[in-house]
Design a protein around this ligand. Structure first.
Ligand code: AMP
Ligand code: GLY
Length: 420
Protein backbone atom coordinates (compact mmCIF):
# COMPACT_ATOMS: atom_id res chain seq x y z
CA UNK A 1 0.00 0.00 0.00
CA UNK A 2 1.27 3.47 -0.94
CA UNK A 3 0.47 6.11 1.69
CA UNK A 4 0.74 9.92 1.70
CA UNK A 5 0.66 11.85 4.99
CA UNK A 6 -0.08 15.58 4.68
CA UNK A 7 1.49 18.13 7.04
CA UNK A 8 4.79 19.19 8.56
CA UNK A 9 4.48 19.14 12.35
CA UNK A 10 5.00 16.85 15.31
CA UNK A 11 1.56 15.31 14.79
CA UNK A 12 2.55 14.27 11.28
CA UNK A 13 5.92 12.95 12.53
CA UNK A 14 4.01 10.73 14.98
CA UNK A 15 1.54 9.63 12.27
CA UNK A 16 4.35 8.83 9.84
CA UNK A 17 6.20 6.82 12.46
CA UNK A 18 3.10 4.78 13.30
CA UNK A 19 2.27 4.19 9.62
CA UNK A 20 5.88 3.32 8.73
CA UNK A 21 5.71 0.40 11.17
CA UNK A 22 2.90 -1.26 9.22
CA UNK A 23 3.86 -4.31 7.14
CA UNK A 24 1.05 -3.28 4.74
CA UNK A 25 2.93 -0.14 3.66
CA UNK A 26 5.25 -0.46 0.68
CA UNK A 27 5.85 3.25 0.06
CA UNK A 28 5.37 6.22 2.39
CA UNK A 29 5.39 9.89 1.41
CA UNK A 30 4.91 13.06 3.44
CA UNK A 31 4.04 16.50 2.05
CA UNK A 32 5.86 18.64 2.95
CA UNK A 33 7.21 16.84 6.06
CA UNK A 34 10.19 17.92 8.15
CA UNK A 35 13.73 16.75 9.00
CA UNK A 36 12.47 14.35 11.68
CA UNK A 37 10.19 12.68 9.12
CA UNK A 38 12.86 12.50 6.38
CA UNK A 39 14.39 9.17 7.53
CA UNK A 40 10.92 7.54 7.62
CA UNK A 41 9.21 8.80 4.45
CA UNK A 42 9.97 10.39 1.09
CA UNK A 43 9.40 14.12 1.51
CA UNK A 44 7.30 15.79 -1.21
CA UNK A 45 7.72 19.58 -1.41
CA UNK A 46 4.02 20.46 -1.59
CA UNK A 47 2.53 22.74 1.10
CA UNK A 48 -0.23 21.14 3.19
CA UNK A 49 -2.77 23.72 1.99
CA UNK A 50 -2.18 23.16 -1.75
CA UNK A 51 -5.15 20.88 -2.40
CA UNK A 52 -4.75 20.79 -6.20
CA UNK A 53 -1.05 19.87 -6.11
CA UNK A 54 -1.64 17.23 -3.41
CA UNK A 55 -4.45 15.69 -5.45
CA UNK A 56 -2.35 15.61 -8.63
CA UNK A 57 0.57 14.07 -6.75
CA UNK A 58 -1.63 11.37 -5.21
CA UNK A 59 -3.22 10.48 -8.54
CA UNK A 60 0.08 10.48 -10.46
CA UNK A 61 1.88 8.37 -7.83
CA UNK A 62 -0.75 5.67 -7.35
CA UNK A 63 -1.33 6.60 -3.72
CA UNK A 64 -3.78 4.19 -2.05
CA UNK A 65 -4.39 6.18 1.12
CA UNK A 66 -4.00 9.85 2.08
CA UNK A 67 -3.82 10.74 5.78
CA UNK A 68 -4.19 14.50 6.35
CA UNK A 69 -2.80 15.92 9.60
CA UNK A 70 -4.07 19.52 9.73
CA UNK A 71 -7.61 20.84 9.22
CA UNK A 72 -6.87 23.46 6.54
CA UNK A 73 -6.69 21.10 3.53
CA UNK A 74 -9.81 19.27 4.76
CA UNK A 75 -11.83 22.46 5.11
CA UNK A 76 -10.55 23.37 1.61
CA UNK A 77 -11.91 20.10 0.15
CA UNK A 78 -8.89 17.77 -0.08
CA UNK A 79 -10.98 14.66 0.63
CA UNK A 80 -13.54 15.65 -2.05
CA UNK A 81 -10.84 16.28 -4.67
CA UNK A 82 -9.17 12.96 -3.86
CA UNK A 83 -12.49 11.10 -4.00
CA UNK A 84 -13.11 12.54 -7.47
CA UNK A 85 -9.81 10.94 -8.55
CA UNK A 86 -10.58 7.64 -6.84
CA UNK A 87 -8.04 8.10 -4.01
CA UNK A 88 -9.01 7.08 -0.45
CA UNK A 89 -8.60 9.79 2.19
CA UNK A 90 -8.89 9.22 5.94
CA UNK A 91 -10.45 12.62 6.54
CA UNK A 92 -13.82 14.33 6.13
CA UNK A 93 -15.32 16.08 3.10
CA UNK A 94 -15.35 19.89 3.13
CA UNK A 95 -19.02 19.74 4.12
CA UNK A 96 -18.27 17.55 7.14
CA UNK A 97 -15.12 19.53 8.03
CA UNK A 98 -17.44 22.47 8.82
CA UNK A 99 -17.70 20.84 12.25
CA UNK A 100 -14.36 22.56 12.87
CA UNK A 101 -14.60 25.34 10.28
CA UNK A 102 -17.76 26.89 11.78
CA UNK A 103 -18.51 26.94 15.50
CA UNK A 104 -22.12 27.91 14.78
CA UNK A 105 -22.53 24.86 12.53
CA UNK A 106 -21.00 22.61 15.21
CA UNK A 107 -23.40 23.98 17.82
CA UNK A 108 -26.39 23.46 15.49
CA UNK A 109 -25.33 19.85 14.93
CA UNK A 110 -24.80 19.34 18.67
CA UNK A 111 -28.26 20.70 19.51
CA UNK A 112 -29.98 18.71 16.74
CA UNK A 113 -28.22 15.55 17.99
CA UNK A 114 -29.06 16.20 21.65
CA UNK A 115 -25.37 16.40 22.60
CA UNK A 116 -24.72 18.02 25.99
CA UNK A 117 -22.98 21.36 25.34
CA UNK A 118 -22.92 24.94 26.63
CA UNK A 119 -26.05 27.00 25.84
CA UNK A 120 -25.25 29.44 23.05
CA UNK A 121 -26.47 32.08 20.60
CA UNK A 122 -24.90 33.39 17.39
CA UNK A 123 -24.83 37.02 16.27
CA UNK A 124 -23.70 39.01 13.24
CA UNK A 125 -24.96 42.36 14.59
CA UNK A 126 -22.83 43.92 17.34
CA UNK A 127 -25.80 45.75 18.95
CA UNK A 128 -27.70 42.51 19.39
CA UNK A 129 -24.57 40.75 20.66
CA UNK A 130 -23.79 43.51 23.19
CA UNK A 131 -27.40 43.53 24.33
CA UNK A 132 -27.19 39.75 24.91
CA UNK A 133 -23.95 40.16 26.91
CA UNK A 134 -25.64 42.80 29.11
CA UNK A 135 -28.67 40.60 29.72
CA UNK A 136 -26.69 37.42 30.47
CA UNK A 137 -23.81 38.89 32.48
CA UNK A 138 -20.38 37.34 33.01
CA UNK A 139 -18.75 34.88 32.81
CA UNK A 140 -19.33 34.24 29.10
CA UNK A 141 -17.30 32.76 26.27
CA UNK A 142 -17.11 34.77 23.04
CA UNK A 143 -15.95 32.93 19.90
CA UNK A 144 -15.25 33.94 16.32
CA UNK A 145 -17.30 31.51 14.20
CA UNK A 146 -14.56 30.54 11.73
CA UNK A 147 -10.94 29.34 11.85
CA UNK A 148 -8.87 31.95 13.68
CA UNK A 149 -5.60 30.08 14.33
CA UNK A 150 -6.65 29.26 17.90
CA UNK A 151 -6.98 32.95 18.80
CA UNK A 152 -10.69 33.47 18.26
CA UNK A 153 -11.92 32.46 21.73
CA UNK A 154 -12.19 34.73 24.78
CA UNK A 155 -13.28 33.29 28.11
CA UNK A 156 -14.59 36.56 29.58
CA UNK A 157 -14.75 36.81 33.37
CA UNK A 158 -16.36 40.25 33.22
CA UNK A 159 -19.02 41.94 31.08
CA UNK A 160 -16.39 44.47 29.94
CA UNK A 161 -14.13 41.68 28.62
CA UNK A 162 -17.03 40.06 26.80
CA UNK A 163 -18.03 43.40 25.27
CA UNK A 164 -14.45 44.04 24.14
CA UNK A 165 -14.33 40.61 22.51
CA UNK A 166 -17.61 41.25 20.67
CA UNK A 167 -16.37 44.63 19.44
CA UNK A 168 -12.98 43.23 18.35
CA UNK A 169 -14.72 40.52 16.36
CA UNK A 170 -17.78 42.19 14.83
CA UNK A 171 -16.74 45.87 14.57
CA UNK A 172 -12.93 45.87 14.34
CA UNK A 173 -12.91 42.67 12.23
CA UNK A 174 -9.91 41.34 14.20
CA UNK A 175 -10.39 37.92 12.57
CA UNK A 176 -11.60 39.15 9.18
CA UNK A 177 -14.28 36.96 7.62
CA UNK A 178 -13.75 34.25 10.29
CA UNK A 179 -15.23 36.69 12.81
CA UNK A 180 -18.22 37.89 10.77
CA UNK A 181 -20.36 35.82 13.17
CA UNK A 182 -19.74 35.43 16.90
CA UNK A 183 -20.97 32.58 19.03
CA UNK A 184 -21.57 33.55 22.67
CA UNK A 185 -21.74 30.68 25.12
CA UNK A 186 -22.36 29.81 28.71
CA UNK A 187 -19.06 29.21 30.54
CA UNK A 188 -18.58 25.55 31.49
CA UNK A 189 -16.74 24.59 34.67
CA UNK A 190 -14.75 21.40 35.11
CA UNK A 191 -11.71 19.56 33.76
CA UNK A 192 -10.93 19.71 30.04
CA UNK A 193 -10.08 16.61 28.07
CA UNK A 194 -9.45 15.86 24.38
CA UNK A 195 -11.18 12.72 23.10
CA UNK A 196 -10.46 11.13 19.71
CA UNK A 197 -12.54 8.71 17.65
CA UNK A 198 -11.79 7.07 14.31
CA UNK A 199 -14.99 7.32 12.27
CA UNK A 200 -16.27 5.63 9.12
CA UNK A 201 -19.28 7.84 8.40
CA UNK A 202 -21.72 5.93 10.62
CA UNK A 203 -19.74 4.28 13.38
CA UNK A 204 -16.54 4.93 15.34
CA UNK A 205 -13.93 3.38 17.58
CA UNK A 206 -12.24 5.13 20.50
CA UNK A 207 -8.75 6.43 19.64
CA UNK A 208 -7.81 7.67 23.07
CA UNK A 209 -8.14 10.60 25.42
CA UNK A 210 -5.53 13.12 26.52
CA UNK A 211 -5.20 16.20 28.65
CA UNK A 212 -3.71 19.13 26.72
CA UNK A 213 -1.92 22.03 28.44
CA UNK A 214 -2.98 25.04 26.39
CA UNK A 215 -1.54 28.03 28.25
CA UNK A 216 2.04 29.06 27.62
CA UNK A 217 3.14 29.34 31.25
CA UNK A 218 3.55 27.03 34.24
CA UNK A 219 0.43 26.91 36.39
CA UNK A 220 -1.78 27.53 33.32
CA UNK A 221 -1.05 31.22 33.04
CA UNK A 222 -0.43 33.45 30.02
CA UNK A 223 -1.92 33.30 26.54
CA UNK A 224 -3.41 30.23 24.86
CA UNK A 225 -1.16 28.27 22.52
CA UNK A 226 -1.62 25.33 20.18
CA UNK A 227 -0.70 23.19 23.21
CA UNK A 228 2.47 23.15 25.35
CA UNK A 229 2.23 19.53 26.39
CA UNK A 230 -0.14 16.64 26.94
CA UNK A 231 -0.62 13.55 29.06
CA UNK A 232 -2.49 10.33 28.43
CA UNK A 233 -4.55 8.76 29.74
CA UNK A 234 -6.08 11.70 31.66
CA UNK A 235 -6.18 10.76 35.36
CA UNK A 236 -9.77 9.95 36.33
CA UNK A 237 -10.95 9.35 32.75
CA UNK A 238 -12.58 5.97 33.37
CA UNK A 239 -13.94 3.33 31.01
CA UNK A 240 -17.42 4.49 32.02
CA UNK A 241 -16.61 8.07 31.02
CA UNK A 242 -15.18 6.80 27.71
CA UNK A 243 -18.38 4.83 27.03
CA UNK A 244 -20.53 7.82 27.98
CA UNK A 245 -18.60 10.11 25.60
CA UNK A 246 -18.94 7.62 22.73
CA UNK A 247 -22.70 7.19 23.35
CA UNK A 248 -23.72 10.77 24.18
CA UNK A 249 -21.32 12.81 22.00
CA UNK A 250 -19.46 10.91 19.26
CA UNK A 251 -22.17 8.56 17.94
CA UNK A 252 -24.99 11.15 18.05
CA UNK A 253 -22.78 13.57 16.09
CA UNK A 254 -22.07 10.91 13.45
CA UNK A 255 -25.78 10.05 13.18
CA UNK A 256 -26.74 13.71 12.76
CA UNK A 257 -24.02 14.32 10.14
CA UNK A 258 -25.15 11.22 8.19
CA UNK A 259 -28.77 12.40 8.42
CA UNK A 260 -27.67 15.72 6.87
CA UNK A 261 -26.05 13.87 3.97
CA UNK A 262 -22.50 14.74 5.07
CA UNK A 263 -21.20 11.60 6.79
CA UNK A 264 -18.02 12.12 8.79
CA UNK A 265 -15.00 9.99 7.90
CA UNK A 266 -11.66 10.37 9.66
CA UNK A 267 -10.54 11.41 13.12
CA UNK A 268 -13.14 13.30 15.14
CA UNK A 269 -11.64 15.29 18.02
CA UNK A 270 -14.10 16.26 20.73
CA UNK A 271 -12.85 18.93 23.12
CA UNK A 272 -14.82 18.24 26.29
CA UNK A 273 -15.42 19.69 29.71
CA UNK A 274 -15.94 17.03 32.37
CA UNK A 275 -18.54 18.86 34.46
CA UNK A 276 -20.48 17.83 37.55
CA UNK A 277 -23.38 17.00 35.21
CA UNK A 278 -21.15 14.78 33.03
CA UNK A 279 -19.08 15.35 29.88
CA UNK A 280 -20.11 18.35 27.78
CA UNK A 281 -18.89 19.30 24.32
CA UNK A 282 -16.74 22.43 24.00
CA UNK A 283 -15.86 22.02 20.34
CA UNK A 284 -15.24 19.57 17.54
CA UNK A 285 -12.07 19.39 15.48
CA UNK A 286 -11.86 17.21 12.38
CA UNK A 287 -8.32 15.87 12.83
CA UNK A 288 -5.88 14.56 15.40
CA UNK A 289 -4.74 16.99 18.08
CA UNK A 290 -1.19 18.29 18.33
CA UNK A 291 0.51 17.42 20.77
CA UNK A 292 -2.17 14.80 21.57
CA UNK A 293 -1.17 12.67 18.54
CA UNK A 294 2.44 12.60 19.77
CA UNK A 295 1.14 11.49 23.17
CA UNK A 296 -1.37 8.81 22.10
CA UNK A 297 0.27 7.20 19.06
CA UNK A 298 3.38 6.00 20.97
CA UNK A 299 0.98 3.99 23.16
CA UNK A 300 -0.44 2.12 20.16
CA UNK A 301 0.55 -1.55 20.25
CA UNK A 302 -1.18 -2.66 17.03
CA UNK A 303 -1.07 -1.67 13.36
CA UNK A 304 -2.77 1.69 12.69
CA UNK A 305 -3.08 1.27 8.92
CA UNK A 306 -5.82 -1.41 8.76
CA UNK A 307 -7.96 0.80 11.03
CA UNK A 308 -7.42 3.85 8.81
CA UNK A 309 -8.40 1.79 5.76
CA UNK A 310 -11.44 0.37 7.58
CA UNK A 311 -12.56 3.93 8.38
CA UNK A 312 -12.36 4.84 4.67
CA UNK A 313 -14.29 1.70 3.72
CA UNK A 314 -17.19 2.14 6.15
CA UNK A 315 -16.10 -0.86 8.18
CA UNK A 316 -14.64 0.58 11.38
CA UNK A 317 -16.64 -1.86 13.54
CA UNK A 318 -14.40 -4.61 12.14
CA UNK A 319 -11.21 -2.86 13.26
CA UNK A 320 -9.46 -3.24 16.58
CA UNK A 321 -6.65 -1.22 18.07
CA UNK A 322 -4.72 -2.32 21.13
CA UNK A 323 -2.90 0.03 23.47
CA UNK A 324 -0.10 -0.22 25.99
CA UNK A 325 -1.38 0.25 29.54
CA UNK A 326 1.23 2.91 30.28
CA UNK A 327 1.28 6.63 30.98
CA UNK A 328 2.48 8.96 28.23
CA UNK A 329 3.78 12.51 28.68
CA UNK A 330 4.69 15.00 25.95
CA UNK A 331 6.54 18.25 26.57
CA UNK A 332 6.60 20.88 23.83
CA UNK A 333 9.78 22.88 23.32
CA UNK A 334 9.03 26.24 21.74
CA UNK A 335 11.04 29.19 20.51
CA UNK A 336 11.41 32.10 22.96
CA UNK A 337 8.53 34.51 22.38
CA UNK A 338 5.96 31.87 21.30
CA UNK A 339 2.96 32.22 20.93
CA UNK A 340 3.85 35.75 19.88
CA UNK A 341 6.72 36.59 17.52
CA UNK A 342 9.63 34.14 17.79
CA UNK A 343 13.03 33.86 16.14
CA UNK A 344 13.95 31.22 13.62
CA UNK A 345 17.33 29.72 12.82
CA UNK A 346 18.85 28.94 16.26
CA UNK A 347 20.83 25.68 16.35
CA UNK A 348 19.50 22.69 18.31
CA UNK A 349 21.92 20.09 19.71
CA UNK A 350 21.68 16.93 21.80
CA UNK A 351 18.76 15.42 19.87
CA UNK A 352 20.29 11.97 19.58
CA UNK A 353 21.22 11.82 23.23
CA UNK A 354 17.68 12.92 24.20
CA UNK A 355 16.04 10.33 21.92
CA UNK A 356 18.26 7.55 23.36
CA UNK A 357 16.38 7.75 26.68
CA UNK A 358 14.26 4.79 27.75
CA UNK A 359 10.85 4.86 25.94
CA UNK A 360 11.55 8.38 24.66
CA UNK A 361 10.61 9.85 21.28
CA UNK A 362 11.63 13.28 20.03
CA UNK A 363 9.18 14.50 17.40
CA UNK A 364 10.08 17.41 15.13
CA UNK A 365 7.37 20.08 15.01
CA UNK A 366 9.08 23.14 13.52
CA UNK A 367 12.63 22.40 12.41
CA UNK A 368 14.68 22.59 9.24
CA UNK A 369 18.17 21.53 8.31
CA UNK A 370 21.00 24.02 7.84
CA UNK A 371 23.94 22.08 6.43
CA UNK A 372 24.35 19.20 8.85
CA UNK A 373 22.64 21.07 11.69
CA UNK A 374 19.01 21.08 12.86
CA UNK A 375 17.70 24.59 13.44
CA UNK A 376 14.45 26.00 14.86
CA UNK A 377 11.91 26.96 12.21
CA UNK A 378 8.61 27.46 13.99
CA UNK A 379 6.88 28.43 17.23
CA UNK A 380 6.48 24.90 18.53
CA UNK A 381 9.77 23.27 17.54
CA UNK A 382 10.07 19.86 19.24
CA UNK A 383 7.73 17.53 21.11
CA UNK A 384 9.51 15.26 23.59
CA UNK A 385 7.46 12.20 24.56
CA UNK A 386 8.12 9.51 27.13
CA UNK A 387 6.15 6.52 28.34
CA UNK A 388 6.43 4.61 31.62
CA UNK A 389 4.30 2.46 33.93
CA UNK A 390 3.29 5.55 35.94
CA UNK A 391 2.65 9.21 35.15
CA UNK A 392 5.36 10.27 37.61
CA UNK A 393 7.97 8.08 35.88
CA UNK A 394 6.88 9.16 32.40
CA UNK A 395 7.22 12.77 33.48
CA UNK A 396 10.72 12.16 34.84
CA UNK A 397 11.80 10.46 31.61
CA UNK A 398 10.33 13.21 29.45
CA UNK A 399 12.06 16.00 31.39
CA UNK A 400 15.37 14.07 31.48
CA UNK A 401 15.20 13.96 27.66
CA UNK A 402 14.28 17.66 27.50
CA UNK A 403 17.32 18.43 29.63
CA UNK A 404 19.58 16.52 27.22
CA UNK A 405 18.58 18.92 24.42
CA UNK A 406 20.95 21.85 23.98
CA UNK A 407 18.91 24.77 22.76
CA UNK A 408 19.35 27.98 24.80
CA UNK A 409 16.83 29.86 22.62
CA UNK A 410 14.04 27.42 23.44
CA UNK A 411 11.76 27.00 26.44
CA UNK A 412 9.18 24.59 27.78
CA UNK A 413 6.66 24.32 30.58
CA UNK A 414 8.07 22.53 33.60
CA UNK A 415 4.76 21.34 35.03
CA UNK A 416 3.34 19.06 32.34
CA UNK A 417 1.74 16.12 34.12
CA UNK A 418 2.26 17.51 37.60
CA UNK A 419 -1.32 18.83 37.88
CA UNK A 420 -4.40 18.14 35.82
P1 AMP B 1 -11.81 26.35 21.49
O1 AMP B 1 -10.99 27.07 20.46
O2 AMP B 1 -13.27 26.29 21.20
O3 AMP B 1 -11.19 25.03 21.88
O4 AMP B 1 -11.67 27.18 22.82
C1 AMP B 1 -10.41 27.44 23.37
C2 AMP B 1 -10.47 27.22 24.85
O5 AMP B 1 -11.43 28.09 25.43
C3 AMP B 1 -10.95 25.84 25.25
O6 AMP B 1 -9.92 24.91 25.23
C4 AMP B 1 -11.48 26.08 26.63
O7 AMP B 1 -10.42 26.13 27.57
C5 AMP B 1 -12.07 27.45 26.52
N1 AMP B 1 -13.52 27.37 26.27
C6 AMP B 1 -14.14 27.36 25.09
N2 AMP B 1 -15.48 27.28 25.24
C7 AMP B 1 -15.71 27.24 26.57
C8 AMP B 1 -16.89 27.18 27.39
N3 AMP B 1 -18.11 27.15 26.85
N4 AMP B 1 -16.73 27.17 28.71
C9 AMP B 1 -15.49 27.23 29.28
N5 AMP B 1 -14.35 27.29 28.58
C10 AMP B 1 -14.45 27.31 27.24
N1 GLY C 1 -3.89 20.57 21.01
C1 GLY C 1 -5.12 21.06 20.52
C2 GLY C 1 -5.27 21.02 19.07
O1 GLY C 1 -4.61 20.29 18.36
O2 GLY C 1 -6.12 21.75 18.56
Amino acid sequence: MRVLVVGSGGREHALVRAIAQSPMVTALFCAPGNPGIAPLATLVPIPAADVDALTSFAAANAIDLVVPGPEAPLVAGLADHLAARGVRCCGPSAAAARLEGSKQFAKEVADAAGIPTARWEAFTDSHHALDFVQRRGAPLVVKADGLAAGKGVVVAQTVAEAEAAVIACLRDKAFGHAGATVVIEECLVGHEVSVFALCDGRDAIFLGAARDYKRVGDGDIGPNTGGMGAIAPPPGFTHDTQALVMETIIRPALAEMARRGMPFTGILFAGLMLTEQGPKLIEFNVRFGDPEAETLLPLLASDLVPALVAACQGDIAGATLTWRAEASVSVVMAGAGYPNAYQRGSVIGGLERAAAGDEVSVFHAGTRTDGDKIVADGGRVLVVNAMAPSLVQARERAYAAVDAIVWPEGFCRRDIGSHF
